[in-house]
Design a protein around this ligand. Structure first.
Ligand SMILES: [Zn+2]
Length: 468
């Protein structure tokens, strides 16, 4: 890791002004330099610990600011709260096209070092792999965007539309101090934006490295995070009364657990399964062609819903993720609480769902608080971007379908979609099923090869969108 930093410095030092100019005149970026820089930068970026909470994204914003300053690119840091930084840099076009935002989030979820094979904030580079929290979500893609941005600037690419690099805080906790803050407090930053490219989709490959599908997401399920609190008579564990907070909470949770939200195939999901059908073996192929009809068959329905991703694509889900009572084994607490991670399908009204949940709980004394909720928003269409991605797929992975899945998680996209700005979930990196469990999991890492492909793909796609 240290060696790679030294290599980076040597690269930077060895580029005289003359060489920089010579490079700027070249038609294509110097891929080798760009890619070596990218590896070293990602390693350093992973070492900036932006675990949320508390986030401390201001350090990440400064990391980017230094790079932009060195490259002569004007960049601004927006501090939404102490320590919570956002970075915004803009390359100017001639204005004949609307602006394009390359969006990424700078915070990461916590990592328990004890469970990892390599320290999660080491940014270790070993055997062609870069290790660390954020390598996939979302620091690797951020470096792909950064290198694209730098390539455009260094090549003096004549842009039609402005290109904006935006790194946000707080995405993993809902985005209130990041994209949410910027969209609300600084709408002027996005006034002429025509498209946002963000995480949420990419190129799914098999373990053999061959592309299976291009996922470009336009819709997400909506989180509804709830806290249930029961109250009762506190006391000594040796003498329980018949008014116990924990008992009431557990009874309520048992009723919540036995509830199954009805199956509903929204338009986006019906279309998605129809689009991937051709690549499936029979009899799944015919079933996926018309999922709504297929689900009327009890045997197919049971098999389909057994798979958690399928299940979450066709119904609202409730996951009980936290339970709290007393800190001491012999103390009966006055209150007991549980946290629920509810995910709603597009078109659902959170208020209606909460009313329904209250009925299921069946105990008016249990308090239901909303921790996070926002309306579902599907992206306005952007045919040009879909075509550019489709053309890229055709040229690089002929015959691979380009589809629009419903994202079961959520990203910063909704803040933009709510304002009517198209936001597509697509980062052109290749990920195999085996790497998907690494996102938010242990041993998160990305191969240098995948980063390389991502940078080249991103430069090509962004050039088409902003300069053609
Ligand atoms: Zn993410």
């Amino acid at each position: 890791m240290r060696r790679s930093i030294i290599v980076l410095f040597m690269l930077v030092l060895s580029l005289s002004a003359g060489e920089m100019r010579a490079r700027a005149a070249q038609p294509a970026p110097d891929w080798k330099i760009l890619e070596e820089e990218a590896v070293a930068l990602l390693s350093r970026y992973i070492q900036v610990n932006t675990t949320n909470p508390p986030g401390n994204e201001i350090q990440a914003a400064q990391f980017f600011k230094e790079i932009f300053d060195r490259e002569g690119i004007e960049a601004r840091i927006f501090e939404s709260a102490p320590g919570r930084g956002n970075i915004y840099a803009r390359l100017l076009g001639d204005g004949s096209k609307k602006a394009l935002v390359l969006l990424n989030h700078m915070d990461v979820v916590p990592a328990d070092a004890k469970l990892w094979k390599e320290p999660p904030f080491s940014g270790l580079i070993k055997e062609g792999v870069i290790w660390g929290r954020g390598a996939l979500d979302n620091k690797g893609p951020a470096i792909m965007e950064l290198m694209t941005f730098l390539a455009l600037k260094r090549q003096n690419v004549r842009l039609k539309g402005d290109v904006i690099f935006l790194g946000t805080a707080d995405e993993e906790a809902g985005g209130a101090w990041g994209a949410g803050y910027l969209v609300e407090k600084h709408p002027e930053l996005f006034k002429d934006v025509g498209l946002v490219l963000n995480e949420g989709g990419g190129i799914r490959v098999g373990e053999d490295g061959r592309a299976r599908v291009y996922n470009v997401s336009v819709a997400e399920k909506t989180p509804l995070w709830l806290k249930l609190t029961a109250t009762g008579t506190p006391g000594h564990g040796s003498t329980p009364s018949n008014n116990l907070a924990v008992n009431k909470l557990v009874a309520a949770l048992a009723r919540v657990m036995s509830y199954q939200s009805p199956v509903r195939v929204v338009e986006e999901v019906q279309r998605y399964y129809a689009d991937i059908a051709a690549a499936e073996p029979e009899p799944r192929r015919s079933r996926y062609r018309d999922l709504r009809r297929a689900l009327r068959d009890a045997a197919f329905r049971a098999e389909f819903l057994k798979e958690p991703r399928n299940n979450a694509s066709v119904r609202n889900t409730i996951a009980i993720t936290g339970i709290r009572g007393s800190d001491k084994v012999n103390v009966i607490p006055a209150t007991a609480s549980a946290e629920l991670d509810v995910r709603l399908l597009p078109g659902e009204d959170p208020k209606v769902f909460i009313e329904q949940l209250r009925k299921i709980i069946g105990d008016p004394l249990i308090k239901v608080e909303v921790l996070l909720s926002f309306p579902a928003a599907t992206s306005p269409p952007h045919p040009e971007a879909m075509k550019v991605i489709g053309d890229f797929a055709k040229a690089n992975d002929p015959g691979t379908p380009v589809v629009a899945p419903l994202v079961r998680g959520f990203t910063d996209c909704h803040f933009f979609r709510e304002k009517g700005i198209p936001c597509l979930g697509f980062m052109p990196h290749r990920s195999a099923p085996s790497s998907e469990g690494l996102v938010h999991g242990v041993d998160e890492r990305v191969s240098v090869e995948s980063l390389r492909f991502g940078i080249r793909a991103m430069v090509e796609i962004v050039r088409k969108l902003a300069a053609d």
